[in-house]
Design a protein around this ligand. Structure first.
Ligand SMILES: NC(=O)c1ccc[n+]([C@@H]2O[C@H](COP(=O)([O-])OP(=O)(O)OC[C@H]3O[C@@H](n4cnc5c(N)ncnc54)[C@H](O)[C@@H]3O)[C@@H](O)[C@H]2O)c1
Length: 281
């Protein structure tokens, strides 16, 4: 496990799913973690759980779309723990009712689109705006942004969400360029199919199995798969990595689109050969 002793890290959207799993991993690696979420009670439950396990954590209620709350979130990390080494921007509007309104461009609701961009993209920029000066004061550190495979490949639905995530990947590169010489690195992590409450609510089980058939690895991801990379990138072991997007997706975007069809056809052919051989023997 990467070493994060002495590091102070804020994770947004840490009341659930990937953010919560990441906060646990960062704390296990020795960091002092601020769990921020628009639902303070969820963040508090996560922080209390980390403290019970011997880690250092506090909770902050903050909506990443509201600049004053973002400033207060960062200020709390600095006043409670004494500085800031990294921010993992992770909160996003993935509520089922929001995704249900994000189907076809032909039904586009501009107000909903602006809300999605405000949380998923502007919220990340606001986080960086208020975190970077503190990170520079500590002598450098990292901004980690949760992107998505939908930011690098199109879907037949969710254009608002996908384009917000493409924006996150572009924003990350720009932050990396602006602050690299100050010792601030920025990397986006693009998860594939990660089993979180948002995903389990939003996708039926048979659809999950179908998606897994389109991956190279035989399982869906877990929040800790993202947390492990975040910990590595924030640690000194990741200190020469910046300005890139790293997929953590079990190989979801690494292959030709025909992969699953070809594999199924080959397996069917093998089964039919086995039957023929079985008949002859
Ligand atoms: N689960 C996946 O398969 C998957 C895949 C690709 C990308 N992602 C990304 O991972 C991140 C986490 O998703 P998840 O699956 O863990 O979802 P989740 O719903 O389990 O957790 C999201 C958390 O963010 C919080 N949140 C939402 N809006 C907020 C706001 N404005 N301010 C502060 N907190 C807010 C929610 O309260 C919730 O606790 C998101 O950025 C999502 O786009 C997830």
């Amino acid at each position: 496990m990467p070493k994060l002793e002495g590091k102070i890290i804020v994770v947004t959207g840490a009341g659930s799913g990937i953010g919560l799993g990441t906060a646990h991993i960062l704390a296990q690696a020795g960091a002092s973690v601020v769990l921020a979420d628009r639902f303070g009670d969820k963040a508090e439950r996560g922080a209390a759980d980390i403290r019970e396990k011997g880690g250092a954590a506090i909770a902050v209620e903050a909506d990443v779309a509201i600049e004053d709350q973002v400033r207060a979130m960062i200020d709390t990390a600095v006043s409670e723990f004494g500085g800031l080494d990294a921010l993992h921007n992770n909160a996003a509007l993935v509520d089922p009712e929001v995704l249900a309104g994000d189907v076809s461009i032909l039904d586009l609701d501009p107000a909903l689109y602006e809300r999605v961009l405000r949380v998923n993209l502007v919220g990340y920029a606001l986080g960086a705006k208020h975190a970077v000066p503190h990170i520079i004061r500590r002598g450098g550190g990292a901004i980690i942004n949760t992107g998505s495979v939908t930011g690098v490949s199109g879907e037949h639905v969710r254009a608002m969400y996908g384009s917000s995530k493409a924006g996150v990947i572009g924003l990350s590169r720009n932050i990396a360029v602006q602050f690299g010489k100050d010792g601030v690195r920025c990397v986006s992590i693009s998860p594939g199919l990660i089993m979180t409450p948002a995903l389990e609510k939003g996708i039926p089980k048979d659809e999950i199995q179908r998606l897994i058939s389109h991956m190279l690895l035989p399982r869906a991801g877990q929040p800790e798969d993202i947390g492990n990379l975040s910990a590595f990138l924030i640690s000194d072991a990741g200190s020469y990595i910046t300005g890139v997007d790293i997929p953590v997706d079990g190989g979801l975007v690494a292959h030709w689109p025909t992969f699953a069809d070809e594999r199924a056809a080959r397996r069917a052919a093998e089964r039919s050969n086995d039957n023929i051989t079985g008949g002859i023997a």
